[in-house]
Design a protein around this ligand. Structure first.
Ligand code: RFL
Ligand code: PHB
Length: 402
């Protein structure tokens, strides 16, 4: 039975929506999730792979961290390959002991879906024509269709967790929102394969042929990416063509050790930097990709979605415990500070590692000079490492830093 009223209506069952649902449930707050796709479709999207400590902590707090700790891979560093040579960036040493967790977004989503099912909580999948109403007043509503049945859910708040192409941000009147956007002139072609990863850590590659990334999902499952022109179609790329091009972008040792095999999935994702300000409009609050997109180079997208959700859950809990509405009032400002820092890092890392068609030979030389500088400067290495593992939640909040 679908209720007609809940406290928080969550639009979108990606990691942001599911994590918010779980945190609210643990605090005794009622929420219904409305998702456009089927559960299988959501689980079939291969996306992020790297979790920051803040995200790991939040998954633990939500009670869904168990499998991540068993099956996830802690990484204490990664390699950067430029001018044909690999250099290791030691995250652990540079950040006083921090690491990142390699654990796929698909697995995070599966863990959250399982927890939701076990708790008997409602997610409406395959909802058509989802619309949100009256969020600028005291009684917002969400409506949708399923077959020839129309449903309406009344609520106190709407959490817009419906990703970049969702309905929530699009429903805000144009004059009430400012959007900042940069679209990069290339995409990432990703491939998943049941082959032994070429290296035990990630390799980020700057090559005159374009960027490449060697990532993984387990000791037996690899995830690789190639920078490709936006005009490329995934059908143009046979598995063989992918492996051949990847080999050409790697150093001789990695190229020699690369294990190839049939792809389980291949897809092309465009790269974009995007921020919508503010993130709250009356009783509608946006979180995750609905409000911002980073190019995936810095591995920040899912982690930012998780921190938005942390702040949003705290704000709702404060509100319902009758303590204060300060969390809701300050939600947008609190998130945006962290978001812009991650946008800056992701843009910088993308600019450093990709081939930009208009920058020519000098562009390549300048990138190589910057990479060479990076690996000879402790200060520069430290800066990359602290951003990659994720800046502390209270970064910049001390009196000294303003
Ligand atoms: P999602 O995952 O897009 O989920 C939104 C959900 O909303 C649903 N939806 C609707 N539901 C109802 N009504 C509507 N009108 C709706 N419209 C949409 C959608 O079906 C979907 O289920 O957003 P969310 O939850 O904010 O999560 C964000 C992350 O998915 C995203 O930031 C990351 O995947 C980004 N990302 C990475 N992030 C990292 O932190 N580390 C990484 O290593 C990393 N690698 C990546 C990435 C993204 C990539 N792609 C494909 C863009 C690698 C790639 C290649
Ligand atoms: C991934 O494994 O999908 C991945 C890892 C690191 C990134 C982006 C994507 O920076």
């Amino acid at each position: 039975m679908i209720p007609t009223r809940t406290q928080v209506a969550i639009v979108g069952a990606g990691p942001a929506g599911l994590l918010l649902g779980q945190l609210l449930h643990r605090a005794g707050i009622d929420a219904v999730i409305i998702e456009r796709q089927s559960a299988d479709y959501v689980l079939g999207r291969i996306r992020a792979g790297v979790l920051e400590q803040v995200t790991m902590d939040l998954l633990d707090e939500a009670g869904v961290g168990q499998r991540m700790h068993q099956e996830g891979l802690l990484h204490a560093g990664f390699d950067m390959l430029f001018k044909g040579q690999r250099h290791r960036l030691d995250l652990h040493a540079l950040t006083g002991g921090q690491q990142v967790m390699v654990y796929g977004q698909t697995e995070v989503t599966r863990d959250l879906m399982d927890a939701r099912r076990q708790a008997g909580l409602l997610t409406v999948y395959e909802a058509q024509d989802v619309s949100i109403h009256d969020f600028d007043g005291p009684a917002p509503r969400v409506s949708w269709r399923q077959g020839d049945q129309t449903h309406e859910l009344r609520c106190d708040f709407i959490a817009g967790c419906d990703g970049f192409h969702g309905v929530c941000r699009a429903s805000v009147p144009e004059g009430a929102i400012t959007q900042y956007e940069k679209v990069y002139p290339f995409g990432w072609l990703g491939m998943l394969a049941d082959t032994r990863p070429v290296h035990h850590e990630l390799i980020y590659v700057n090559s005159p042929r374009g960027f490449a990334l060697c990532s993984q999902r387990s000791h037996t499952r690899s995830r690789y990416y190639l920078q490709v022109p936006l005009s490329d179609r995934v059908e143009q790329w046979s598995d063989q063509a992918f492996w051949d091009e990847l080999r050409l972008r790697l150093d001789p040792q990695a190229a020699g050790e690369l294990q190839t095999g049939a792809s389980l999935e291949k897809s092309i994702a465009p790269l974009r930097s995007f921020v919508a300000e503010p993130m709250r409009f009356g009783r509608l609050l946006l979180a995750g990709d609905a409000a911002h997109i980073v190019p995936p180079t810095g591995a920040k997208g899912l982690n930012l979605a998780a921190t938005d959700v942390k702040y949003l859950a705290q704000a709702f809990i404060e509100h319902y415990q009758g303590a204060s509405s300060a969390g809701i009032d300050h939600y947008s400002d609190r998130c945006l500070r962290r978001i812009w820092r991650a946008e800056r890092f992701s843009w910088w890392f993308t600019s450093l590692m990709h081939r930009f068609p208009d920058n020519g030979e000098i562009g390549q030389k300048l990138q190589e000079a910057e990479l060479d500088y990076l690996f000879h400067s402790q200060a520069a290495l430290h800066s990359v490492a602290e951003n990659y593992v994720g800046l502390p939640l209270n970064f910049g909040e001390s009196a000294a830093l303003g």
